[in-house]
Structures are given as C-alpha cells and as structure tokens.
Design a protein around this ligand. Structure first.
Ligand code: NAP
Length: 324
C-alpha cells in the first residue's frame, strides 16, 4: 500500500510516498480502507522532527481519516466489513489502509461526505474534550478561541455557538475576520492590527473560557482577559513554551490554567473522549449547526503541496487528502 513518511526531518520536500505492507488489525482494532485524510498542524511538526509518534505508533503521518472497514480484529463486535467510518488516530492515516483501536472509530454522521468526515474528528474531539469536558463551557458564558479560522478555530466557534456561548476570536487578516464572523463569532479581532487583551478590556469583555493555541506568547494576555472563575485551556504552543505566570492574578480571579494533548492519551481516555464527542457533536453535525469547513483537497500524490498550503496558513478550516 502507499503510505507517507518523513524519513528525515525537513520541509515539505522531505515527505516520501513509500510502499508498505498492509497492517493487520490486532485485538480490539479495525483496519480502515482510507478514502480521505484530514491534515493537522501536528503533521507539520512531526515532519519537521518536533513531534514524533508516541511509542509503538506507526511513523506514517496522519491523525484522522474516513473510509470503509476492510477487516476486523479479534474482539471487535461494533463494526462490520464495509461500514463507512471516520476515525481518530495516533498516527498512520496518510496511507491506503490504517489500523485503529475500535474505540476511536465512529460511523460517519448522516449527510457528511467522506471528505467532510475526514475533517472533523481531530478538531471536534480536541474542542469538546477541552472546552466542555475540561473547562465546562455553558450557555451564556463568553468563550475566546485564538486562531478562529484554523481547523481547531472553525470547529470551536461553531461548537461554542451551538452551546449558546458568546464567541470572541482572534485572526490574522480581514478575509479571515469575515470568515470567522460568518461562522458565528460575535467579536473578531485581527491580532496583526490590535492586541486582543487591551481591546477586550476596553470593551468590557472578559472570557469565562479561553482555548489557546499560542502558549507562552499569549499567557499573560490570556490571564488578564479571564473573568472571575475563568478557565484557560492551552492546547498549542505556537508562541513558545516558557513564560511567567502571574499567580496573584489567577488567585484573585479564582481562575485555572490547564494544558492538554490528545494524541498520546491512554486508549481508554481516548475512547471516552471519542464517545462523548460523537454523542454530543453528531446531532450538531446532522442539524447543520456545526459543519466541517474544508478549504482544499489534494490527491495523496500531492501531499507536499498540501503541507505547503497548511504552512503558508492561507487556509480557512481544513485541508484534506483524498485517496483513490
Ligand atoms: N493539544 C492537542 O491535543 C491539540 C489537538 C489539535 C490541535 N492542537 C493545536 O491547535 C493548533 C491549531 O491546530 P490546527 O491543526 O487547527 O492548525 P492550523 O489550521 O494550521 O491553524 C493554525 C492557526 O494559528 C493561527 N495563528 C498563528 N499565529 C497566531 C497569533 N499570534 N494569534 C492568533 N492566531 C494565530 C493561524 O492564523 P493566521 O494564519 O491568521 O496567523 C492559524 O489559523 C495548533 O497549535 C495545534 O498544535 C492541539
């Protein structure tokens, strides 16, 4: 089968499409015949050598896919060969076939194409597990997500609106600001033109929950933007890993800071996240209040071009690879 690896760290040219044996599903796993793969910023980091796969996980890239079940491992009863499914993986999705623990696989929600279905598992599981399961966002609260037109951001805006929150977001251009507004964001700040913290403070807006992808660079501004009892959840470190934390500000607000990663969690935790996410987000996908935003699709053969697009960050939503 065809599979994409990055044998040496580097730019998009470092990607190689190689021929590998079709993997066999072990106990509790299914084999998926992959039709489409969602790209994630983590794939770029893995290719560059900064985000190796967890121990025991394939070095083939790719954290999410959609396709049909091609084989079932021992002990799996909830799926049958031929089922159309989408899946969250710790690695291995950029290939004709991928093995996945059954707990990280779900039927494709009604009305979604294979391409849409490949583009929502990683972002919805990340958003639901952090924004709802960790931070407990509820209707009427104010939610700030940075990078509102990223894969994560486009999902977070829609899910938070569907939950009844007021949504604030940051983006890097006027075009992205318009897209974030169209997705339902109530307040959009172009971070290249103004600092979000003083702008929000001036407008009297504090955030009950912040989903952050910038890490160190935004830590102080995020803490100053939190409301009393606010919850800051850090999931990305695009702006660095080390910063000073003003504990007095946290203490005065009775606020919390959490940081999480989805990929390397134990299987049982991931299965729980997938089950909770699918249970709550599927109705939103099916009634149209949340939809995968697919910016562009590329054939697997053009994987380097797809990576270049994601790195250029001109996309709004997700970039997807198709396999035929
Ligand atoms: N912890 C986890 O489990 C987990 C899971 C999934 C994703 N993530 C993280 O979530 C982040 C987004 O992932 P993705 O796949 O959705 O990536 P993506 O689509 O490539 O988006 C990256 C975004 O970062 C934005 N950005 C860059 N600098 C910014 C700044 N100073 N202020 C605000 N936004 C800024 C970019 O906007 P502009 O182009 O406009 O600058 C772009 O929209 C990544 O950091 C990723 O590692 C974490």
């Amino acid at each position: 089968m065809r599979a994409v690896i990055a044998p040496e760290p580097g730019d998009a040219e470092a990607l190689r499409i190689v021929d590998l044996p079709v993997p066999e599903p072990a106990e509790g796993e299914v084999l998926i015949g992959v039709r489409a793969v969602g790209l994630n910023r983590a794939d770029i980091l893995q290719r560059q050598g900064f985000y190796p796969p967890p121990p025991g996980i394939s070095d083939v890239l790719g954290l999410e896919c959609a396709g049909t079940i091609a084989a079932i491992g021992p002990g799996v009863s909830e799926f049958a060969v031929g089922d159309s499914v989408c899946a969250l993986l710790a690695g291995g999705a950029y290939a004709d076939f991928a093995v996945v623990p059954a707990g990280q696989v779900a039927p494709i929600p009604a009305g979604l194409s294979m391409i849409d279905a490949a583009a929502f598992m990683e972002t919805t599981c990340t958003v639901w597990s952090n924004v709802v399961m960790v931070a407990g966002l509820t209707a009427g609260e104010t939610f700030l997500v940075h990078g509102g037109t990223s894969g994560i951001g486009t999902t977070a805006i829609q899910v938070a609106k569907a939950l009844g929150a007021r949504v604030v977001t940051t983006v890097g251009s006027a075009e992205k600001a318009a897209a974030a507004s169209a997705l339902g964001a109530d307040v959009v700040i172009n971070y290249r033109e103004e600092d979000f913290a003083p702008t929000l403070a001036k407008a009297g807006i504090a955030a009950d929950v912040i989903l952050d992808i910038m890490g160190a660079k935004y830590l102080a501004s995020n803490v100053s933007t939190l409301a009393a009892n606010g919850r800051l959840v850090i999931i990305g470190l695009q702006g660095g890993i080390q910063a000073e934390l003003n504990l007095a500000a946290l203490l005065a607000k009775r606020a919390s800071v959490t940081a999480t990663s989805l990929r390397a969690r134990p299987l049982q935790e991931k299965a729980k996240i997938v089950a909770e996410t699918i249970r709550h987000v599927t109705p939103m996908l099916e009634d149209g209040s949340v939809r995968p935003i697919v910016h562009a699709t590329f054939d697997l053969a053009d994987v380097a071009e797809a990576h270049r697009l994601l790195e250029a960050s001109t996309h709004i939503g997700k970039v997807v690879l198709t396999l035929s």
